[in-house]
Design a protein around this ligand. Structure first.
Ligand SMILES: *Cc1c(COP(=O)(O)O)cnc(C)c1O
Length: 413
């Protein structure tokens, strides 16, 4: 069995700094807060170089020195790729935006069609390493699908609880990939309660967002990847569709670690937490100047992935946003749909609603002067748009009837 040179030193409570040992099964800290993995960063810098990284294949697993898996054979692979940065041009021309300044980080191209693959590849690989046999989680769809896929690949049992109005494709794919799926007439936090309360009876391990320490290590690879792709010169602003916030917290952790080893300087992007107007607890607490969010009542949005009424890592999201000089912004479902349609028709890019929310927020921020047209901006597309309901804008023809070719002529320029 080949061992990875692992650089993990310990885990640490994100609130109190209390230390926990590596190599053991961990959930939350004693005080009920997320645990963060800590590494011997100077040793990582000695063990791998930027040049060596460039030669490697294997998507986010390329950053193995920055990741917690210690035994190569526990790494679960489904064909991970480095996801592209796709420039958006035609949609933003009318706002006087500098050519090439706006790019989409397109994580729809990961296994299971969403960036949840990053976190769950790590969480499930670590579950395998630590000998866990049954994983459970509340999900709005994509996390459950990624967990099921990676776990089924190594014969680990999975059980998921999702709101009954979760996008149909998500529900189907979770079950098809081996999860026991339960639909609940409530929201993701209600589902989370079921997982927590069943733990002692069933014996499953709770893989909820930030309730175990390794999903965030997977999400951290977004930040590592962006830095490497942009030649270690980070963008000015990053718009992130925020539910539980792991991607945003993860990117911030990545930037901390990269700065600590001297691979990037102290210049950081402004981090923008984007939420839906129908579920915006982080935006509200940001506006209120609070350090924690309060439960959002009657959460509603078509952007299922960010319908998260309460986030256990709220204080970490708010701290990263504030430390970065960023902001939090909410957009309506109508603005989300308009943004999706605009990018699809002008730039040939079909965003998921959560991703489209970042574009809607960007345009709003541009118009209100929160960002400048020359800022280098990264929008995050967290999943494929194909998993969601889409408007059907079509016409029907009947064979045997005359085809109205005259209506199909291109209009004069
Ligand atoms: C889960 C999810 C999000 C939100 O991610 P968090 O890490 O919970 O903030 C955004 N978009 C999609 C498509 C998702 O599945």
């Amino acid at each position: 069995m080949s061992r990875l040179s692992t650089f993990i030193t310990h885990l640490e409570c994100s609130h109190t700094g209390e230390v926990y040992e590596a190599g053991a099964v961990h959930g939350l800290s004693q005080t009920g807060k997320p645990l963060l993995v800590r590494y011997n960063l100077p040793e990582i810098a000695k063990a791998v170089s930027k040049d060596e990284l460039r030669q490697r294949s294997g998507g986010f697993w390329r950053y193995k020195e920055f990741l917690p898996v210690t035994n190569e054979e526990n790494i679960i692979r489904l064909g991970e790729v480095v996801t592209p940065l796709v420039p958006i041009t035609r949609s933003v021309q009318k706002y006087g935006v500098t050519d090439g300044a706006v790019m989409i980080k397109d994580d729809s191209r990961l296994p299971t069609g969403s960036f949840k693959a990053r976190g769950l590849a790590l969480a499930v690989s670590m579950a395998k390493e630590l000998g866990l046999r049954h994983l459970a989680m509340p999900t709005n769809g994509n996390a459950g699908a990624a967990m099921a896929a990676y776990a089924s690949r190594v014969g680990i049992k999975t059980t998921v609880f999702c709101p009954s109005d979760t996008p149909k494709i998500n529900i189907a794919e979770m079950a098809l990939q081996g999860a026991n799926v339960y639909l609940i007439n409530g929201l993701i936090n209600d589902c989370g309660k079921i997982v927590g309360e069943g733990k002692d009876t069933v014996g499953w391990f709770d893989v909820s967002t930030l309730k175990e320490p390794y999903r965030i290590e997977g999400k951290k690879t977004i930040g590592l990847e962006i830095a490497e792709q942009m030649n270690w010169d980070l963008p000015d602003v990053i718009f992130y569709p925020t539910g539980g916030g792991t991607g945003l917290i993860g990117m911030w952790k990545a930037f901390d670690e990269l700065e600590a080893i001297g691979w990037i300087g102290s210049k950081r992007p402004r981090m923008v937490a984007v939420q839906a107007a129908g579920c915006a607890p982080i935006v509200k607490s940001f506006d209120d100047g609070a350090n924690h969010a309060t439960l959002w009542k009657n959460a509603q949005t078509i952007a299922a992935g960010i319908r998260v009424p309460a986030a256990i890592g709220d204080f970490l999201i708010l701290k990263a946003v504030r430390d970065s000089g960023g902001f939090a912004i909410a957009v309506s479902d109508e603005a989300i749909c308009d943004a999706r349609d605009e990018l699809a028709i002008n730039d040939g890019f079909l965003m998921c609603p959560e991703g489209a929310a970042t574009y809607a927020a960007y345009v709003h921020a541009l118009k209100s002067g929160l960002v400048e047209p020359q800022n280098r901006v990264l929008l995050f597309n967290s999943a494929t748009g194909l998993k969601y309901d889409m408007p059907l804008k079509v016409q029907t023809l009947s064979l045997g009837e005359r085809i109205p070719y005259e209506d199909m002529r291109s209009s004069p320029p």
